[in-house]
Design a protein around this ligand. Sequence first.
Ligand SMILES: [Zn+2]
Length: 52
Amino acid sequence: MTDEKRNLREEKKNRKCRVCGTRQAVIRKYKLLVCRRCFKEIAGKIGFKKFD
Ligand SMILES: [Zn+2]
């Protein structure tokens, strides 16, 4: 395994919601790095009307 691939793997492994800390259904879009549930909560604050 190359170092590059290993880094990618670690990124996936370490990605978690920065709000509640869960590792399930974490969204990395918009560089928010939050889970779906927290995203819904903060979506309104940052201007997203609805996100499915
Ligand atoms: Zn969360």
